[in-house]
Design a protein around this ligand. Structure first.
Ligand code: PGA
Length: 245
């Protein structure tokens, strides 16, 4: 399977910036690696219109409900209807600023996958948790709580993103060995929980992935791609991450 780079644009860019990005990106992207973009929800239609067809578009969050009286929420069914492909769920900023928990995310993961979208479920430890030696057990809890009672038939549409919180937007990247250790752990949890899927599930690394560290990260056995914030905002950088210099 190709390596996958997901650009998480967070709450950045205006409509003009989105158009400029794709003008440059579309020209040079050769699909050596898969490229997906999660823009602000309001920009989804212009991303969908302007991106080259091989790029897939998604969201950074959505509702756990598919319709009804949920003012301000975005329905995964509506995303699918608009040709959306995926949703990032449980990003550490959602956990930190909006109170999301692995248990609560369990329902969102279920709805998103049931609606035919790919769920990109984010897990990761804070610096104090790492220093206390809790990384592997915490990741295990996050995976069990998020994936508990999920239908095995649907797990082909699941991606896990390991994002150490201390590496997000800080310029501090986990070393390839640190990342690989956690990715191998995630792979073994998935394989024992879901023998048919664990080996095939894409596990992405996120946290200050940049053109100058991407190759050594992607060279690790269990790192199947990257979830990228800062370095996905400029077409030139994101192209470099996609292997198109
Ligand atoms: P960063 O963000 O690449 O800017 O560290 C990653 C993320 O938040 O997904």
């Amino acid at each position: 399977m190709k390596k996958l780079l997901i650009g998480n644009w967070k709450m950045n860019k205006n409509s003009h910036d989105v158009a400029e990005f794709f003008k440059s990106f579309n020209e040079k992207y050769t699909v050596k690696r898969d490229a997906w973009i999660a823009a602000q929800a309001i920009h989804f239609p212009i991303v969908e219109e302007l991106k080259t067809p091989s790029v897939k578009a998604g969201l950074q969050n959505c509702s756990e409900h598919i319709e009804g009286a949920y003012t301000g929420e975005v329905s995964p069914r509506s995303l699918k209807d608009m040709n959306g492909h995926f949703v990032i769920l449980g990003h550490s900023e959602r956990r930190q600023f909006f109170g999301e928990t692995s248990r609560g995310l369990n329902a969102k993961i279920r709805t998103v996958i049931n609606e035919g979208l790919v769920a990109v479920y984010c897990v990761g430890e804070t610096l104090s948790e790492r220093e206390a030696g809790l990384t592997l057990s915490l990741i295990e809890d996050q995976i069990h709580q998020g994936l508990n009672d999920q239908s095995k038939a649907n797990l082909e549409n699941l991606i896990i993103a390991y994002e150490p919180v201390w590496a997000i937007g800080t310029g501090k990247t986990a070393t390839p060995d640190q990342a690989q250790e956690v990715h191998a752990h995630i792979r073994s949890i998935l394989t024992s929980k879901f023998p048919a899927f664990g080996g095939k599930t894409r596990i992405l690394y996120g946290g200050s992935v940049k053109p100058d560290n991407v190759e050594e990260l992607l060279a690790q056995k269990d790192i199947d791609g990257g979830l990228v914030g800062g370095a996905s905002l400029k077409a030139k950088d994101f192209l470099a991450l996609c292997g198109d210099k």
